[in-house]
Design a protein around this ligand. Structure first.
Ligand SMILES: C[S@@+](CC[C@H](N)C(=O)[O-])C[C@H]1O[C@@H](n2cnc3c(N)ncnc32)[C@H](O)[C@@H]1O
Length: 179
């Protein structure tokens, strides 16, 4: 069975093509970004923490098909002026960093709404939720509830979760824009 992270990556691989532009909305240590640069034409990555951007740039040395931007994902459309087909939000706090700095429900919700307006038809937006800590739980509840109610004629939305794990394990929600 695919892990949560494997599934979040593979849902992009299965639905998008090598020629696509994708966005990593939460770069962190750059592991998701590294996966994306290996499989897609160009990757834009956003993180509000400079330390994360620096680490990611180190991890990505040798690749040229990416741009890491030290700004909030909320403003992604100030930087991404071309068509994009994929977006990933791996929510929560920077592994190994301060737990005080984490994604914020209102910002993520507004960004997701913007993504769903701008992403191309057939595109996929993936979110990894971490409801095992308080702000992660609120984030998961609010955003999942929004995505449960978007028009099924326009979007296909799925949830991938392990149902026998204790302590609110992470899970994935993926949204595909119908063609
Ligand atoms: C769980 S980590 C991401 C893990 C990362 N994708 C990896 O592979 O290592 C979440 C990241 O989101 C960042 N973040 C929080 N709010 C943000 C925002 N508004 N815009 C962009 N990044 C944000 C945090 O600084 C943190 O580095």
């Amino acid at each position: 069975m695919e892990s949560i992270i494997e599934f979040s990556h593979n849902v992009l691989l299965r639905n998008l093509s090598r020629d696509d532009v994708v966005i990593d909305m939460t770069v962190g240590n750059g592991k998701d970004t590294l996966f994306l640069v290996k499989h897609f034409k160009f990757v834009y990555g956003f993180d509000i923490q400079e330390v994360a951007c620096t680490k990611a740039n180190e991890l990505l040395k040798g690749y040229s098909n990416y741009k890491i931007i030290n700004d909030s994902h909320l403003y992604f459309d100030r930087y991404v002026k071309e068509e994009f087909a994929g977006a990933i939000f791996n929510l929560g706090y920077l592994p190994g960093g301060s737990k005080e700095i984490h994604t914020e429900v209102d910002v993520v919700l507004e960004t997701v709404k913007k993504v769903l307006k701008k992403i191309i038809k057939g595109g996929v937006c993936v979110l990894v939720f971490y409801p095992g800590f308080p702000s992660g739980l609120e984030e998961a509840k609010v955003i999942e509830s929004y995505l449960r109610n978007i028009n099924q004629k326009e979007f296909t939305v799925l949830k991938y979760e392990f149902i026998n794990q204790i302590n609110n394990p992470p899970y994935v929600v993926a949204v595909k824009v119908r063609i």
